[in-house]
Design a protein around this ligand. Structure first.
Ligand code: SF4
Length: 205
């Protein structure tokens, strides 16, 4: 993966929204990889382009493919409720997208090739949004930036500098949390809430 181009200049919120709209339009017509053959909808993003937090997940699932909106299925609902539990607002504080914008068949993990072909859109999203912090949500997202050798259980909760400039933290994917519903101390859900609280503190909310 090669997410290496990062612009130093920053747009105001109005220009961010306009720029994101333009990139979305291009993305909606994209047929650059095989995922275009089986998708129902391109799932570009949700949230405000001027948001302080950008969350990058893996790939759209069935509900997302049906609606064209990321993180709206069971896992997305859990994520939304955790966000609200810690006092953040999905609507106002987050810009949410995935490493690839079309659903891989059978919800398989997107291949490196698919991620590489699609990265121009993610690259544009990062450069336009320029959030205060990026949340790498799940192993696939983290691997896209930090390399395929990482283990999610070892780097969850750790902070990184992307492009020597953007602060980023790794959290568990909510699909994993759905399979581990305990909320006891040190459980995956409990740890994820701590990570989101750290993000909230980081943006000064
Ligand atoms: S996954 Fe990305 S590159 Fe592939 S068709 Fe969809 S938008 Fe285009």
């Amino acid at each position: 993966m090669n997410y290496l181009k990062f612009n130093e200049s920053e747009l105001d919120d109005e220009l961010k929204e306009k720029s994101i709209k333009e990139v979305r339009q291009v993305c909606l017509g994209c047929k650059s990889c095989d995922l275009a053959q089986t998708r129902r909808n391109v799932v570009f993003s949700d949230g405000k382009a001027g948001a302080p937090i950008m969350l990058i997940g893996e790939a759209p699932g069935a509900d997302e493919d049906a609606t064209g909106i990321p993180f709206v299925g069971k896992a997305g609902k859990l994520l939304t409720s955790l966000i609200s539990d810690v006092g953040l607002s999905r609507e106002n504080d987050f810009y949410i997208c995935n490493t690839v914008k079309c659903r891989p068949p059978e919800n398989r993990v997107p291949t490196d090739e698919e991620k590489c072909i699609c990265e121009r859109f993610l690259n544009a999203q990062i450069n336009i949004v320029r959030p205060k912090v990026i949340i790498l949500c799940g192993a696939t997202s983290a691997k896209s930036f930090l390399g395929n050798d990482i283990k999610i259980t070892q780097i969850r909760g750790k902070w990184f500098k992307l492009f020597n400039s953007l602060d980023a933290v790794v959290i568990f994917h909510p699909s994993y949390l759905l399979r581990n519903r305990s909320e006891e101390e040190n459980s995956p859900i409990w740890l994820t809430k701590q990570d989101l609280i750290a993000v909230k503190n980081f943006i000064g909310k």
